[in-house]
Design a protein around this ligand. Structure first.
Ligand SMILES: C[S@@+](CC[C@H](N)C(=O)[O-])C[C@H]1O[C@@H](n2cnc3c(N)ncnc32)[C@H](O)[C@@H]1O
Length: 220
């Protein structure tokens, strides 16, 4: 699968390079034995695709010490940031894949994920770039298969084109139900999440974010 977007940003410090070389392999979902061990664990599993700098996974892992967290990100600077936090806070329940979330989904067993999120996915708001958006029919069908029935998928976006695209893709997909009690919910960050670096910038630039919660109603 072709990857779009940034794989690398600013120069990474030698401390973080050391973490990528020596610490990442100890929590990497690319290692078969780690992947098998995590997926066969009885603990509840939360998956985040495109975690950016990892602020949400860090918060969730503190709030839910009895869960395991699987994070996928292909931007190496983001991976380096979360490794730094996991290492300094000695967090034991976050596991990372440096790679493509779409390929990772194909490897996950059916019914293995209890909750997931994709927050502020790259919008690709020009219609000629629509195929670059992570939310596509096949992708959300695969996500439905790996998620348990009745589990929740959280999404957000600060881009009007992406908001409409996300809503349309999920509303017209019979694997999901839009879980919403009042319109207000769409405009407020759920308390389980953190204000990330990306979100702070978006607030500063006066963009209005929308938050969606979809229930996976299909039995896989
Ligand atoms: C706009 S940023 C948002 C980051 C974070 N979710 C947040 O809310 O702060 C989108 C992130 O998704 C990542 N991403 C995009 N497509 C991805 C893919 N196929 N697999 C893994 N990560 C992906 C990008 O590298 C980027 O870090």
């Amino acid at each position: 699968m072709k990857l779009f977007g940034r794989k690398k940003g600013r120069k990474i410090s030698s401390k973080k390079i050391n973490l990528i070389n020596n610490f990442l392999p100890t929590i990497s979902l690319n290692k078969k034995f780690i992947f098998n061990q995590i997926l066969s664990s009885k603990k509840k599993k939360f998956l985040e695709i495109g975690f950016g700098h990892g602020e949400n996974l860090i918060k969730l892992s503190r709030d839910r010490p009895d869960w395991v967290f699987l994070g996928v990100e292909y931007f190496i600077n983001g991976v380096a940031s979360i490794l730094d936090k996991i290492n300094s806070e000695k967090i034991k329940n976050i596991f990372i894949l440096h790679g493509d979330g779409r390929e990772f989904l194909e490897k996950l067993p059916k019914n293995s994920i209890n909750e997931s999120c994709i927050l502020f996915p790259d919008p690709w708001h020009k219609s000629r770039h629509s195929e670059r958006r992570i939310v596509q029919k096949n992708f959300i069908n695969t996500l439905s298969k790996v998620m348990k029935k009745d589990s929740s998928l959280h999404m957000s976006s600060d881009d009007p084109v992406a908001q409409e695209w996300i809503l349309k893709c999920f509303i017209f997909n019979d694997c999901y139900e839009w879980n919403i009690k009042s319109v207000d919910e769409c405009y407020n960050k759920p308390v389980i999440f953190e204000e990330t670096k990306y979100m702070k910038k978006s607030i500063l630039e006066n963009r209005n974010s929308m938050w969606f919660k979809f229930k996976n109603i299909k039995e896989s």
